[in-house]
Write a new protein. Structure first.
Length: 238
């Protein structure tokens, strides 16, 4: 349950958090010219590592304003319904569900139509995509907490067999209905760390070359006010 929560939270952040969304879009564009198999492999690996980072950091995030408020609340209800009932914010979710159900008198009939409609589409292998209608959070009639309706068992047929097989056979990933959860955070090459080090050294050299001389002038003027008749003389002495 926790793995499914983490991977769906990862999708939620990709969809609604501005920084994560921008990063994922850039990564997707970076591998866009690869073959379908190579692109799927790299995106799956990166998603698994990102999900692991989110699991370790227990990231929380506010939405970016994308989509309407009702759909955002529907996704939040789905997200927390993936946790065990004892760890769900049940009172808040129940309040949202009751408020949602009371908005229209036709909610129940339209809900039955959605449940019976098999025409909905969801690309399970697009990690930036969340569950569409008719999926929603509902109060569990057979026990405590909130559950997802329709049942998530209907998602298994939507996963790409090639990706699912590769994910299952890879010991570094844990397969969930919403994508792989990695066992370690992202790892970067030595070249990346070298470039980061050079960038930091160059940036520090420039700032220190400009700021340190001014700081020396200020310090001398403060510690020897009698010897410093003007800032120009102090600067020349320094």
């Amino acid at each position: 349950a926790h793995a499914a929560f983490t991977t769906y939270l990862t999708r939620f952040l990709i969809a609604y958090d501005p920084g994560v969304h921008q990063w994922w879009t850039g990564w997707t564009n970076k591998v866009a010219r690869l073959s379908d198999a190579e692109r799927a492999q790299k995106l799956t690996t990166q998603f698994a590592a990102l999900a692991n980072s989110i699991q370790q950091a227990q990231v929380t995030s506010s939405n970016s304003g994308a989509g309407n408020d009702e759909d955002v609340m529907r996704q939040i209800a789905i997200l927390f319904a993936l946790l065990p009932p004892a760890q769900q914010p049940t009172k808040c979710l129940a309040s949202h569900i009751k408020s949602r159900d009371g908005k229209t008198a036709q909610r129940e009939s339209s809900r039955r139509e959605l449940d019976n409609d098999a025409a909905w589409e969801w690309d399970a292998n697009n990690y930036a995509e969340l569950l569409p209608l008719p999926f929603r959070g509902e109060l569990n009639k057979k026990g405590p907490g909130v559950t997802i309706v329709p049942a998530l068992s209907s998602l298994s047929s939507l996963l790409d067999p090639a990706v699912s097989s590769a994910t299952t056979s890879n010991q570094q990933w844990l397969q969930t209905p919403f994508g792989p959860l990695g066992t370690s955070p992202p790892k970067y090459s030595k070249e990346i760390y070298t470039l980061l080090g050079i960038s930091g050294a160059v940036g520090c050299a420039l700032t220190h070359s400009l700021v340190i001389p001014l700081d020396v002038v200020k310090t001398r003027a403060q510690t020897n006010p009698d010897e410093s008749s003007s800032s120009q003389e102090t600067a020349a002495a320094a």
